[in-house]
Write a protein of this length. Sequence first.
Length: 245
Amino acid sequence: MSGHSKWNNIKNKKGKEDAKKGRVFTKMARYIMVAAREGGPDPEYNPSLKMAIDKAKSYNMPNDNIERAIKKGSGEDDDTHFEEVTYEGYGPSGIAVMVKTLTDNRNRTAPEMRHAFDRNGGNLGTSGCVSFLFDNVGLILIGAKEGLDLDEAMMAAIDAGAEDVESSEDGLEIKTNPEDFAQVRDNLEKAGYELGVAELTYLPQNEVVLNSEDEIKQMEKLIDALEDNDDVQDIYHNWQGNDED
């Protein structure tokens, strides 16, 4: 996937999510709660919590909301337990789709996922049916800005342990092995670089173009339906057509 494509996808996703802040904050709070419960309330010693907080802040989630989610997640009196469940399926023309959820009730979430796929030209598949088409990587984006030396930043990323670095007019796209992600991110932050995106994600090995207008609309509706579900945290797909929206 090109750096240009990834930057545009990030911008478009942020734009969509900014329009639905209340729902996004609910999802981010759930993400933070689970991370705090599993690894403790201190982000300095809990990389998963640090990543959750950074992601929440990227959506401008207020610090008070973040603190409440940490306290709730690490509290003893909260009997709500979320589990991570990944659903895999196909969109129009066999577009591969992976959906990461945090749910407190599989019996509710699974039918909702199936319904979203069925209504929008796709079908829910079995575990592992499309995940082999994606690479699990750490992704860090450093935006181009005045005074930033991209060559110097690129060398800093490589020295920090990055697996691959691509430069474009938008900035740097840095990929890491999942196990090296936290180290690379922390080293770049300590070096003073402002990270636009820093997350563990799934990138498609190849992308598919939809040529039919009906299929494009179905795919857009499928993504919207999944994003509107409170249990859904992240959606990954190999559709190439939505980076020019």
